[in-house]
Design a protein around this ligand. Structure first.
Ligand SMILES: Cc1cc2nc3c(=O)[nH]c(=O)nc-3n(C[C@H](O)[C@H](O)[C@H](O)COP(=O)(O)OP(=O)(O)OC[C@H]3O[C@@H](n4cnc5c(N)ncnc54)[C@H](O)[C@@H]3O)c2cc1C
Length: 218
């Protein structure tokens, strides 16, 4: 599959050397991240709403209550912009303004299509659950017809997307390193903690490996 083509909207102008349209890189970032922020306009006012998504092939799927403003707006075909961010490190520089962060982020521009039909919605719900915790779907009750009716599922073709990646240390000139402050990078990683059993959960069911050793990407 070819890389993304930069468009007037996705051409990285600030620090373009950090920009990328590499499809594999963009998919890796999307698959590791968990939360996206969706920006859209309602009556000329901007909203940015966090939500979950799943990538399946060349598409992202979003889902939510049929009552959700986010879902209703996107379902109307309104253009939106979505981003995800992985924070990889805090960059300590010798100067206040030299501080930075190491990150991998993706911006997607798009329009959503409504996923119609019970079978297609059910398949998308399965993909959501498996995206969050692989192997989980087989162990839980599937959505009921009523639950599916109350859920909007949207599909977003991945057509316009960009990545931006910062790595490494501060980029201050050598002479600025003569001060007293420590310089370097504090690596950051998003990780799971030991799972906690629901008080109403069955203590005879041990947490399986996909829960005990949860990590991303799944
Ligand atoms: C965790 C984090 C912290 C950051 N902190 C700062 C900060 O403190 N100050 C600051 O100025 N910038 C910061 N950035 C970078 C910021 O995201 C923008 O890239 C930068 O501000 C330039 O914005 P712009 O509107 O001029 O981008 P432009 O280069 O004009 O953007 C044009 C197009 O490039 C693409 N693009 C731009 N930024 C990104 C991105 N991050 N990821 C994917 N595609 C992108 C989009 O498609 C966008 O429409 C941070 C980024 C991350 C992920």
């Amino acid at each position: 599959m070819a890389n993304f083509t930069p468009t007037a909207r996705t051409k990285v102008r600030r620090k373009p050397e950090r920009g990328s349209y590499d499809r594999e890189l963009i998919y890796r970032i999307l698959d590791e991240a968990f939360v996206c922020h969706v920006a859209f306009l309602v009556d000329g006012l901007p909203f940015v709403v966090p939500t979950n998504y799943v990538r399946v092939g060349e598409r992202l799927f979003l889902h939510g209550s049929i009552a959700s403003r986010l879902m209703k707006t996107l379902a109307s075909g309104a253009p939106f912009c979505l981003s995800v961010t992985l924070l990889d490190g805090i960059v300590c520089a010798p100067t206040a303004t030299g501080h930075s962060v190491n990150y991998r982020s993706v911006v997607v521009m798009g329009k959503a299509e409504i996923v119609e039909g019970e079978a297609a919605k059910l398949a998308a719900m399965r993909d959501f659950v498996e995206y969050v915790i692989r192997g989980r779907w087989a162990t839980v009750h599937p959505p009921t017809e009523q639950e599916l009716k109350g859920t909007t599922v949207l599909s977003v073709p991945l057509v316009e997307a960009s990545a931006k990646v910062r790595t490494g240390f501060a980029i201050n000139p050598d002479e600025e390193y003569e001060g007293a402050g420590w310089t370097g990078v504090i690596p950051m990683r998003w990780m799971s903690q030991a799972p906690v059993l629901d008080p109403r959960g069955n203590p005879k069911i041990p947490a399986p490996a996909n829960i005990q050793k949860y990590s991303r990407p799944q």
